[in-house]
Design a protein around this ligand. Structure first.
Ligand SMILES: [Zn+2]
Length: 134
């Protein structure tokens, strides 16, 4: 099993915690962000930025169900979510499963993986999503 976007997240060990997100932290002011970048801190401008693993837990800030999408490879319906990670940064991504019932704001959320086709060598690929935590 391989990650579709290994630069953004790390797959868990078998039976382990939800996938970790690959963010960064400023060495001068401590600001934590996602995804990792090397251009400079959004808060203080410092380039002393170091990679940091962010736990795959957070709380739902907003969600929107998409019923029509301009790109044919994105099959609606699906739900876009904004999740505030426990480590601070906000992540915009997709809900693992479509739902007609809107999730309440502040729902505890966790990262998970969904099947995302195959690599060129035929290995199964997975991509990152969020799902309500049980
Ligand atoms: Zn900073």
């Amino acid at each position: 099993m391989q990650a579709l976007k290994p630069e953004l997240y790390a797959l868990p060990e078998v039976g382990g915690e939800p996938p970790m997100l690959k963010g960064g932290r400023c060495g001068r002011c401590g600001y934590t962000f996602f995804p990792m970048q090397a251009y400079g801190c959004e808060r203080c401008g410092s380039t002393e930025l170091a990679p940091v693993s962010l736990v795959g837990h957070g709380r739902l800030v907003a969600s929107a169900r998409v019923l029509l999408h301009a790109r044919p490879e994105r099959q609606p319906p699906f739900v876009v979510v904004a999740v505030r990670l426990d480590d601070g940064p906000m992540v915009r991504t997709l809900l693992a499963q479509d739902t007609e019932e809107p999730l309440p704001v502040d729902t505890p959320m966790a990262t998970c993986t969904v099947a995302a086709g195959q690599s060129e060598s035929g290995e199964p690929l997975v991509d990152l999503r969020f799902a309500p935590e049980h």
